[in-house]
Ligand binder design. Sequence first.
Ligand code: AHR
Length: 307
Amino acid sequence: TAAAQETASGSGDGDKKITLGFSQVGAESGWRTANTKSIQESAKEAGFDLKFSDAQQKQENQIKAIRSFIQQKVDVIAFSPVVESGWDTVLKEAKDAGIPVILTDRAVDSADTSLYKTFIGSDFIEEGKKAGQWLVDQYKDTQEDVNIVELQGTTGSAPANDRKAGFQDTIASNPKLKIIASQTGDFTRAKGKEVMQAFLKAHKDIDVLYAHNDDMALGAIQAIEAAGLVPGKDIIIISVDAVKDGMQAAADGKINFIVECNPLLGPQLMEAAQAVVAGKEIDARIVTNETTFTSEQAKEALPSRQY
Ligand code: AHR
């Protein structure tokens, strides 16, 4: 109908502005900062009324935020779930209230996929596989064991689960590649540094660090340097995201390989939100396009990097 179209345009004229309730994970990383900026700017551009809530990496805060959006009768709810499990009840409440939900960045493990309209974001298993494949290629002729330590993302989050699984499955093709320690660094720089310090104390023979994001790798680099070792040489480093600081470290040779994870999900989210509010059918899965960077490629890409 014309009314639906007017609503869907979200142009901001008249009183038909779309109200979007967005519950963000937190502000744990450079990736997250870029993601928040993209969502806020795109909402403004699309003429949306954005209600933005930061959950500080706590599921209970996200559930509270979603309930408050339901109470406020927003037109559409979007969120990036901090962990994968435990969403069925609150998603059912949104569905019963007739408010469509869009997942961005991270997935939920709910069996009932009618609880949300679409999931927009990266394929984290694929990211883990790309990281693993690079390592497999680097060490294809090795006669010796390669000792890998892993800094995992937030426990129970989709990117931590999937990046671990994709990597593990891929390196399994070479039994010389061994994960000797694996612990969460919560996707933060401070935790990445702290856990890497502990790894270095416990293991004298670390060859490779696989960090589930750039921020943890950057924290770990501080710990490696403090231990008198050279990051990128004494310890080969692989990470995920490709935010500016990570790309700079790669260009400087401190990170050897980065798998890109695109945080600029705002425009796709606004488009999807307009469509669902207008009652249109949309794809159940919208995957973002991503690449990878060696140190050389990071050097080339850095000047034109947006985030
Ligand atoms: O969900 C995406 C992940 O969350 C990013 O890779 C990480 O940096 C962020 O904290």
